[in-house]
Write a protein that binds this ligand. Structure first.
Ligand code: HMG
Ligand code: MG
Length: 296
């Protein structure tokens, strides 16, 4: 049997949230439609965060309500608190993601709460989601370094990941928010978390600021992870993390996975067209090596 890797496509949310110019809802919907056509089975569609904090995501409700209905693709959305959860569920959302951090400083900057306050804030979200039958993913950011405090102890990553899992998150995505990690550090961090959260419930989320993302994925695949987040064209960035300059490009991930014999269900050619289309919309060259190589 072919070994399967599940790819969580985060471009409509992480890929676009840091864009200074507002991308019209119609273009966001076209991006999602193209990603579905490429075979994506899980697309993080948007974020029900404060529009004052992240203006690019202000059309979350409008966008979600217009998503294609006749697809098996899942559309999780970010929610930072019960208010975001309530807005999301009112639009028909079936899956949400809460997002915490392993670094105190980043947590304060990103969601205006300490780590413990943020975990407290997630409890009612998880409780309501359980009652509503809504699946909840959990993110831990800054797992390999923080733009404000620098070094992040692995024990802090393990503590937050374990807590989110115990609260009921079905999967914990470990985010190298500013892309500073290297393969051994990534694998060691993953293995440490896997002592508390089963590997089958872990995902990795690498930004590519230092060009390490694909190497880090490989190290983590060797350790057993089988869910990887990525963003077409290498778009991405967090407004509250200087250095979060782009996610791992999905095209580069898929090319590499298929080359190694993994199954992903994704059509690389359609994905490359999508990446090229998005780069043109954003008015700049793609961050994907594969797309640059294939599109003259
Ligand atoms: P706050 O200012 O402390 O919130 O922000 P508050 O509860 O005091 O409320 C202030 C105002 O915001 C009120 O409005 C609320 O109604 C409103 P006002 O009375 O002033 O008119 N508000 C909301 N509006 C809509 N939706 C909501 C919501 N909540 C409050 N959900 C808050 C706290 C968490 C809201 C804010 O800090 C926030 O929205 N932060 C989001 C930051 C963000 O989206 N960052 C990027 C995503 S994380 C990421 O990229 C990392 C990741 O990719 C993994 C990785 O790479 O590591 C996931
Ligand atoms: Mg991210």
């Amino acid at each position: 049997m072919t070994d399967r890797v599940n790819v969580v496509e985060v471009s409509p949310r992480d890929g676009l949230q840091n864009e200074a110019t507002f991308i019209v809802t119609e273009d966001k919907l076209e991006l999602i439609t193209r990603l579905i056509r490429a075979g994506m089975q899980c697309i993080e569609a948007t974020a029900f965060v404060s529009p004052k904090w992240v203006p690019q995501m202000r059309d979350a409700a409008e966008l979600f309500q217009q998503l294609p209905k006749t697809t098996d693709c899942r559309f999780p959305v970010l929610v930072p608190n019960l208010q975001g959860y309530t807005r999301a569920v009112a639009c028909g959302v079936k899956e949400v993601a809460v997002f915490g951090a392993a670094s105190e400083a980043f947590s304060e900057h990103n969601i205006n709460a300490s780590i413990d306050e943020s975990l407290e804030r997630f409890i009612p979200v998880l409780a309501q989601a359980k009652a509503d039958g809504i699946a909840v993913r959990g993110y831990v950011s800054t797992v390999l370094g923080c733009p404000y405090q620098g070094h992040v102890p692995v024990a802090d990553v393990v503590r937050v990941a374990k807590r989110l899992y115990q609260m009921g998150c079905y999967e914990i995505s470990l985010g190298d928010t500013i892309g500073v990690g290297t393969p051994k550090a990534a694998r060691n961090m993953l293995n440490a978390v896997a002592t508390e959260v089963p590997m089958a419930h872990l995902a990795v989320h690498f930004h590519n600021t230092y060009g390490q993302a694909l190497a880090n994925v490989f190290a983590c695949l060797e350790a057993g992870v089988r869910t990887v987040d990525a963003s077409v064209s290498g778009t991405g960035g967090c407004p509250y993390a200087k250095g979060a300059s782009g996610n791992l490009a999905t095209e580069d991930l898929i090319y590499s996975l298929h080359g190694m014999g993994f199954d992903t269900g994704v059509d690389l050619a359609v994905l490359i067209e999508t990446g090229a289309w998005l780069s043109e919309k954003l008015g700049r060259a793609s961050n994907s090596n594969v797309t640059r190589a294939r599109i003259a």
